[in-house]
Ligand binder design. Structure first.
Ligand code: 2HG
Ligand code: ZN
Length: 464
């Protein structure tokens, strides 16, 4: 796109969206130009901030006429650079932040309909106000927006019980690359009429269409919640505890997190909350929830059994919601603490749950062999097989080299190189290396069918 086309496009967008709908000054654009970790600094032509689905469609049409690429963006909390523009100065960031309405909440049918720019926590609060739960939850929920949550198929803390975002999307409204609006905001539990096209857009990271609103599934709000932090000697013990919790608490388990001792040491070092347990090589944070009155007794019995069989050396069962929140603050403080500690090379991987201990041992060995001095820091959603095997690397260890070592081990265990964060631009090249040519060719055919001109978030998910 030439500078003149660029200039024309910005003028047209300004005329269509008005002053509140378009940002061009460098200081206004800056927060939208780079991802949260500041790994992918970009330079967009402008930031369009449409206030309605009709305006989103108009932005897409104007960009298409000008041949300008569009980078959809929600809360910009992603960890894969999926919402950051490139440095060409020609891409238009399409921020959904002004489309923040909750269109409907149905406590009987258990659904909530929200626009893409609605902050996840606002949607959770709206569900709580009618005594229901929106069961998608993760550390960035105070900034992440519904559109981005759906577009990245975000995972998080409750996947063990409620599945990924994908499992909680009932309907979508999407603007396609040609500017047409597909209205599929059906609030139905059962809808088996034809292709389930909405699932194509869930996890497509803005490369197939722009999600403008979603119908999300709500759940009953459990009356009792039991949250416990346990100090465990090793990942094998944690895995035995997972089985124990499955046997004794069953479907009430809504989170089962594995946390390394280093993770909580980093949280403490960087001003995080106090760890009520002593130092330990590993911890498990487990939460169960049910409306049945016997939950607490059952949780106490599990904790007792865990201590007795030696798989936990110490443990605390939260006495109040506030104490439970304190335990969660430890877990949710890890990402920021790691960022303050220095250069962390992230890996968001999954392996079969039962293979987690062997995977961790093999990855530690491979790292010690091939990249001496690199410090692994593993934590994550053990109940879903998802480990954030992050590596505090030395200055001379290139990120790609660290990725290769870790991902080779992941591949040997039949795992995935992105369990929940998506691909963005961070993992696009790696995806092509780690999936079969047939899978990549299929993905390219889907992309070509929906975005033949390649204007939607180019270079994300699939490399150019
Ligand atoms: C979490 O589980 C997030 O806290 C972030 O997915 C993980 O910082 C990370 O690597
Ligand atoms: Zn995670």
């Amino acid at each position: 796109m030439s500078p003149e086309t660029n200039h024309d496009l910005v003028a047209r967008l300004a005329a269509r969206l008005g002053p509140a709908g378009l940002l061009t000054a460098e200081s206004d654009v800056a927060p939208y130009a780079v991802d949260w970790r500041r790994l992918f600094p970009g330079r967009p032509a402008c930031v369009a901030r449409p206030a309605s689905t009709g305006e989103v469609a108009e932005v897409v049409r104007l960009c298409r006429e000008a041949g300008a690429a569009i980078v959809p963006q929600g809360g910009n909390t992603g960890l894969a650079g999926g919402a950051a523009p490139d440095r060409s100065g020609t891409q238009v960031v399409l921020s959904l932040g002004r489309m923040a309405a909750i269109r409907a909440v149905d406590p009987v049918g258990l659904t909530l309909t929200a626009e893409a720019g609605c902050v996840l926590r606002t949607a959770q609060d709206a569900a709580a106000a009618v005594n229901r739960v929106l069961p998608i939850s993760f550390a960035a929920e105070g900034s992440a927006m519904v559109g981005g949550v759906v577009a990245t198929n975000a995972g998080g803390l409750n996947v063990v019980r409620h599945g990924m975002t994908r499992a909680n999307v009932l309907g979508l409204e999407v603007v396609l690359a040609d500017g047409s609006v597909v209205a599929g905001l059906r609030a139905l539990r059962k809808d088996n009429a034809g292709y389930d096209w909405k699932q194509l857009f869930v996890g497509s990271e803005g490369t197939l269409g722009v999600i403008t609103a979603a119908v999300l599934r709500l759940s009953a709000r459990p009356r009792h919640v039991a949250t416990a932090l346990l100090a465990v000697p090793d990942p094998e013990a944690a895995l035995r505890l997972f089985t124990l919790a499955q046997d004794e608490l069953g479907e009430a388990i809504q989170a089962f997190e594995l946390i390394s001792g280093l993770s909580l040491a980093l949280v403490a070092r960087h001003g995080g909350p106090r760890n009520p347990l002593g130092p330990s090589p590993w911890y498990v944070l487990v939460e169960a929830a049910s409306s049945l009155p016997a939950l607490r007794e059952a949780a106490e019995a599990v904790l007792g059994a865990a201590l007795e069989q030696g798989d936990a050396q110490d443990g605390v069962l939260a006495e109040s919601g506030q104490q439970a929140a304190g335990l969660w603050a430890l877990r949710e403080g890890i990402t920021e603490a790691e960022a303050k500690e220095g250069r962390g090379v992230k890996h968001d991987v999954s392996v079969p749950i039962a293979a987690i201990p062997a995977f961790l041992a093999a990855a530690d060995r491979a790292l010690a062999d091939k990249l001496p001095g690199a410090r692994p820091n593993a934590f994550g959603h053990m109940g879903d097989g998802n480990i954030h095997y992050n590596v505090l690397a030395t200055a001379d260890q290139a990120g790609e080299a660290v990725n290769a070592v870790v991902h080779d081990v992941v591949e040997a265990f039949g795992g995935s190189i992105s369990a929940e964060h998506g691909i963005g631009q961070y993992r696009a090249a790696e995806l092509v290396r780690r999936r079969t040519p047939e899978e990549i060719a299929l993905a390219r055919r889907i992309k070509a069918a929906l975005d033949p001109e390649g204007l939607l978030n180019p270079g994300k998910v699939l490399p150019l």
